[in-house]
Structure formats: C-alpha cells, structure tokens
Write a protein that binds this ligand. Structure first.
Ligand code: HAM
Length: 441
C-alpha cells in the first residue's frame, strides 16, 4: 500500500519562533566583520577560544547566576531530558566556561585567558535590541586577582569599539565588594525598602523577598526618588575592595578611558564581587547596554574548584550590529559578499565545460568569487541575473566560444564593451584584473 502523502503546507505557515531572528545574507557581512575584528583583538591580548555546548544541566545556571534572578526564575528554556535530567539552553557563557575549565583542569596553576562566541537564550519580552536567541562574544580571565586584568578587559573592549568605528559608547563602573559586605548592605537595603513598602510597585515588592538589590536597578520613574534615598554601597565597601577599585580607576585614567562611577550598577547575575562594569549607548532606546561584565572571585570555588579569582565580560552582538548598521561607513545597500564574476552558459551541452572552466579559475585565484549560472535560461535572462548579482564581470561560454576555445568577457559596471579571451589565457587575464575587481566600489 502506498504511504499517505503528507498534506502540503503553505510556506507561510511556518514562522521563526518569536524573539529568534534569521540573519539574512544582506546582514551576514556585517556580522562577519564584527566576528573577525573581535577574533583579531582577543588574540592580540592572548585570549584563546573555547567552544562550549549550548545545553547544560539546569542546576549549573541556578547555582551561578542565582535562583532568585530574573534569568533563572523566568527566562530559561528548560526541559526534562528522556532520562529525567533537567537541561537548559544556556542563557550566558560564564557558567559553562567555569564548568569546562574545572572539568578539563585547564588551570594547571596558571592564569587562563579564554573567549567564546555564540548564541544564548533568554525568554525575555522581545523588543528592539532584546531577543530570545541573541549572540554574545565573551571573555573570561582566571587566576589573576588584581585590578590590572579588570582594566585590561576594559581596554580590550575600547580597542574593539575603536576598530569597529563605534563612537559615543559610555563606560559605567562600580564595585560590589565582597560577599560579606554585600550581606550587610543587603540587610540595610531590605530594611529601607520594607519601611517604604507602600511606595514600591508590584515587581519591586516581589523582589524585596527574592532579590532586593535588583530594586536599586529598577528603571520605573515612580521609584526614582525612593531609590535615590536608598543606602548606597560606597559606605559598605571593605578596605580591600575599595583599594582594588581605586587602583582600577587609576589604570583607566592613565589610559585615557573615561568612565562614570554608578553606585547603582548591580547587574542581573548573582556571581559578581568587586568590579562590575557596563558599556552603554543612548542610540538603542531602552536596551542601552552593549557589554557587561565584572569580577566573580567566588564562583570557581563555589563549583568545587580551588579558590580562583576570575573576571570577564560579554558583548551583546545583536546590539552592536544594530549600532554598526547605523554608522554610515557600514552602508548595507550592498552586502559586500557579491561575486566578482558571473559565468553565463549557453546550453545544457556545455555544463561540463563551464564547471571545469570555473574550477580552473577558483583553483588559480582562491580569493575570487565566481558564480556559475545554473539552469537553462536564455542569455538575456542570464545577463539580467548577472547584473543583479552585483558581479563586475560576466564571462560568457556559448556555442561559438566553445567551438573556438574562447571566453567572452563583459565588464558589467563600466561601458568598455566586451572582448574575447582564449580560454588558455583567461586566468592570466583575470589575475591582471583581480586587483581592480577587489577594489572598493
Ligand atoms: P549580561 O549583562 O547578562 O552579562 O549580558 C551581556 C550582554 O549581552 C548585555 O550587555 C547585552 O548587550 C547582551 N544581552 C543580554 N540579554 C540580551 C537579550 N535578551 N537580547 C540581546 N542582547 C542581550 C552576561 O551574560 C555575563 N555572562 C557577562 C560576564 C562574563 N560577566 C563575567 N563574565
């Protein structure tokens, strides 16, 4: 019996999951530019790449990011695997990096500088600059306790902005002290907000129980005055953290990095101690943070390792791309990946010769981008597609050319007419032309 043919489903029935975006070919050149530039910068400071799984045990995130944080409480994509394990799509990269470093014993009593890049998942309310699948470039440095490495990470990000041509990013820094000082601070913050509980909104009232320091971070205008009157951390900072912070500020100043100390900067993840920082823009509306990071000296030990100081950051790539696409030199009208050459083929008898010729060109000039037309379309239609592809030169291989061992070469962007070149001399001709083919338009 014949199997039942599945019902055809209209293409438009399927849509990407809300908050998870396709990155289309007109955008990928900009992503590649960001990725390539970041790779070069990270390597130039001695950071090595680590690639991590996208799924981890849920408990890994609960124990690091913190059970009372928004991320763990309501934003993780969590499911039970067939064997009963609770797994989650990673909402960030720090926890996985610490897990991997411990699992593979990468410390070997020495400092480690690592970086990663890839998708992260948080079930937030999607809006411009905030997605459910988004991408981060992260760096994590282990085994270095001083403010010098905190500063290095900040200086590194400044270099990246500079190479990408991004201006106008603002740096905010703060210190969160040690876990002990935070307990005292937290106690006083809870007392303050409890005494003013009737002025809190519903969200903050809930946080008062679960994560009171996050109230300080609330953007609700009606809470502004109340938050201004709340205790600030400065008074609680222990001498050691205070000294670390002063030294960090000194290094930044020495390197002409402008910053603002924001005593309200607490960040949304629980693992931080001492330094925290964010790079912000005013150009993306509410989602202004393009990079966030800080020190997490307690996390490695918390995961069962030797006490190991650590510090890192993560850049939100989607937000940077949005900024980059608004800077004029990154005009997206052309993707930047268009072919140099478009090979037009005169009839199905010649497919074999056309593919062979195209291969010989790619073999001789590996950087060249050559599209071979596939499909038995008329010359007119093939020329139209060659033009649309953005190629600068069309190569034509028809009946006549094949019979005489020639290729017709037509420049599509200048009106210099067309010439014929012997197939045996095509590569030499293209090699001569290549520099101008690659020149910016
Ligand atoms: P985070 O502040 O949660 O820190 O995220 C870092 C950056 O990722 C943010 O500044 C933002 O640019 C981007 N980002 C976060 N959520 C979204 C979203 N839903 N849509 C688009 N972009 C987003 C961390 O993830 C820490 N692991 C950073 C770190 C590394 N701290 C120490 N080491």
């Amino acid at each position: 019996m014949l199997a039942r043919t599945p019902r055809r489903i209209a293409v438009s029935t399927f849509k990407a999951v809300r908050g998870m975006n396709d990155i289309l070919p007109d955008r990928t050149p900009l992503w590649q530019r960001l990725e390539d530039t970041a790779r070069v910068v990270l390597l130039s400071y001695g950071y090595e790449e680590i690639r991590l799984p996208i799924l981890e045990q849920t408990v890994l995130f609960e124990r690091s990011i913190g059970e009372a944080t928004d991320i763990v409480e309501k934003e993780m994509y969590t499911f039970t695997d067939r064997n009963g394990d609770s797994l989650s799509l990673r909402p960030e990269g720090t926890a996985g990096t610490v897990r991997a470093v411990l699992q593979h014993n990468l410390f070997r009593n020495q400092a480690q500088r690592l970086w990663y890049m890839g998708p992260m998942f948080r079930r937030e309310r999607p809006q411009k600059g905030r997605y459910r699948q988004f991408y981060q470039i992260g760096a994590e440095a282990f085994g270095m306790p001083g403010p010098d490495i905190d500063a290095e990470l900040i200086i590194l990000t400044r270099r990246l902005w500079h190479l990408l041509g991004l201006r106008g990013l603002r740096l905010e820094i703060n210190t969160l002290g040690t876990a002990t000082t935070r307990v005292r601070f937290r106690h006083d913050v809870v007392s303050y907000f409890s005494a003013n509980a009737e002025k809190l909104d519903e969200e903050s009232r809930r946080r008062l129980q679960s994560n009171p320091l996050r109230i300080l971070d609330s953007k609700a205008p009606e809470l502004r005055e109340l938050i201004q009157g709340a205790p600030t951390f400065e008074r609680y900072v222990d001498p050691e953290s205070g000294k670390h912070f002063r030294q960090l500020r000194g290094i930044l100043e020495h390197n002409d990095i402008e910053y603002q100390v924001n005593p309200r900067l607490v960040r949304g993840l629980d693992y931080y101690s001492k330094t925290v920082f964010e790079w912000l823009t005013t150009e993306l509306g509410a989602q202004g943070a393009v990079c966030g990071g800080g020190r997490y000296d307690g996390l490695v030990e918390h995961f069962g390792g030797e006490p190991t100081p650590a510090v890192g950051f993560a850049i939100g790539m989607d937000r940077l791309i949005e900024l980059l696409s608004e800077t004029p030199q990154n005009d997206l009208a052309r993707g930047g990946n268009e072919p140099h050459l478009y090979l037009i083929v005169g009839g199905d008898k010649h497919y074999g010769s056309a593919m062979r010729l195209a291969e010989s060109v790619r073999e001789a000039i590996p950087q060249i981008r050559l599209v071979t037309h596939c499909g038995s379309d008329s010359f007119k239609s093939q020329f139209k597609q060659a033009d649309k592809s953005g190629a600068r030169i069309a190569l034509l291989l028809g009946e006549d050319e094949i019979a005489r061992g020639l290729v017709t070469v037509k420049h599509l962007r200048i009106s210099s007419g067309q010439i014929t070149v012997a197939q045996s001399e095509l590569i030499a001709y293209l090699q001569k032309e290549f520099a101008s083919l690659c020149a910016p338009r």
